[in-house]
Ligand binder design. Structure first.
Ligand code: QAP
Ligand code: CO
Length: 171
């Protein structure tokens, strides 16, 4: 089922998500709904809190060189922890919860992350490139953070002004 995306400045996006304890059908249904919603909204990453569920679960599904997403490449990430961060990189990010806004964000270039798959199997991966950026972006959601919090004071002020205007016009 396609769920509604929680849009900034909804307070739910500031919630700290809780660890998943049961790797059961309920979790599988949540992950399936998240996938359907992410694809329907043209996303490459989605955290559960973006559909209003405060669980430590996120998806990443990058596109290939032709811009196509394949479900075989889907990462289902439960209860992730970053154990190593290295280097630095700037990438123009966006977010389904802040539609239409993109800006350059600095993050670590290489990370090591430990997490569980939908069956509760533990996975350890070294990530770089867009995968490392997407993982850091989505893990921020689990802590109640958004990429716009990383903007400079002036850029954030400009963003807030334009966002208010945009929301008003959409009403
Ligand atoms: C997070 O972002 C991310 O504004 C996932 O109108 C960010 O899927 C991963 C989207 C940077 C890697 C690098 C944004 C769709 C999707 C929009 C997304 C929009 C429609 C964003
Ligand atoms: Co996001």
């Amino acid at each position: 089922m396609i769920r509604e995306i929680v849009i900034y400045p909804d307070k739910r996006l500031r919630k700290v998500s809780q660890d998943v304890t049961e790797f059961d059908e309920k979790l599988h249904n949540l992950l399936d709904d998240m996938y359907e919603t992410m694809i329907a909204k043209d996303g490459i990453g989605l955290a559960a809190i973006q559909i209003g569920i405060d669980k430590n679960a996120l998806l990443i599904n990058l596109a290939d060189e032709e811009g196509e997403q394949h479900k075989e490449d889907l990462l289902e990430v439960i209860n992730p922890k970053i154990t190593h961060l290295e280097g630095s990189e700037i990438y123009q990010e966006g977010c389904l919860s802040v539609p239409g806004y993109y800006d350059d964000i600095q993050r670590a270039k290489n990370i090591t992350v430990e997490y569980f798959d939908r069956y509760g199997n533990k996975i350890v991966r070294d990530l770089d490139g867009l995968l490392a950026i997407a993982m850091q972006h989505e893990m921020d959601h689990l802590k109640g953070h958004l990429f716009i919090e990383k903007l400079s004071y002036l850029k954030r002020k400009k963003f807030e002004k334009e966002w208010k205007k945009k929301l008003k016009a959409a009403k």
